[in-house]
Design a protein around this ligand. Structure first.
Ligand code: SF4
Length: 91
């Protein structure tokens, strides 16, 4: 699995990350990225719960759709985002 986004944006190690978008400073998932790229059911449930209260949820979702990201973004898994996009295009 490609986890480069986790490495770029993980917190707590004082590494400069020029590609991290500014909105991510407000994200509920700061420092917990391992949950968002996991295949474990418990991790996915916990990640989605964090997304429910995240102040940048819509921005995150739009970013993930635009960048065709994998993992949980904006409260949706990769497959759920694909369905979301298809649903929007049929309205
Ligand atoms: S919506 Fe979820 S994945 Fe996106 S920044 Fe917030 S907590 Fe992280």
């Amino acid at each position: 699995m490609n986890v480069h986004i986790v490495d770029l944006w993980s917190e707590g190690d004082q590494v400069f990350r020029p590609n991290k978008p500014a909105w991510h400073d407000l994200a509920e998932c700061r420092g917990l990225h391992h949950l968002f790229f996991s295949d474990r059911r418990d991790d996915i449930i916990e990640a989605k719960q964090l997304c429910q209260y995240c102040p940048v949820r819509q921005t995150c979702l739009d970013y993930a759709i635009a960048g065709d990201e994998h993992g949980i973004w904006g409260g949706l898994t990769t497959m759920e985002r694909q369905r979301y996009v298809l649903g929007r295009s049929h309205k």
